[in-house]
Design a protein around this ligand. Sequence first.
Ligand code: FE2
Length: 243
Amino acid sequence: MSNFKIFSSGVVAIALSLATGCTPTTPYDQITSEVPSAVPVQGTESPSPTASPTGSPTPSPTGSPTASPTASPTASPTGSPTPSGQNNLSSSDRQFMIQAAQDGLAEVQLGQLASQRAASNAVKKFGELMVQHHTPVNNQLKQLAAQKGVTLPTSIGTTNQQIRERLLKLSGATFDREYMNQMVKEHEKDVFAFQTEAQDGQDPDVKAFAAQVLPTLQEHLQQARSIVNPGSSTSSPTPTSTP
Ligand SMILES: [Fe+2]
């Protein structure tokens, strides 16, 4: 009985040793665990240095702004092949043109307003006349400014805007009186400015423009005065009489 036990246990021992014959691999496990860890390191390094960032720094945004500023200064080709006095224009000539443009636009806008809401026929007609006369003068000034390289304002300016807003609140005889008083003041100012430019202007073309328009402005002043103060047909004293 005991012999059989010894035999059987011996068999089991052999069987176990055979089964675990492949297992005494502890030293290999350590080696193999080290090797695979080293391989992926090399693998992860190689894909990362893909030269994607080197290609991206193409400075696309810096290229676009450099093109636009170079184009703007050449915007002067307004058909004037001989821009002789373009940059030689004196500041007083330039200032005269700018002021004349603003006041000219204001004359047209206020004239339109008067033609619409004036109570008196005379004031209405005066407003229409201002639109008729000043529109072509404004266009002439625009052409002259293009030749001389002067940028003219496209709005009537703060002072004229204030006058316009005040007139917009008025109606009837009050509007007529206020509009005509304003026209006298405006034309007195304009006649002085155009007279000064016609005499003392430096640029011959700007000077000639002032001289050419001056009689029209003087005529407007006369008419405005006669409407405000019908008694004085001649260019006598300033009309301050209010009935
Ligand atoms: Fe006028």
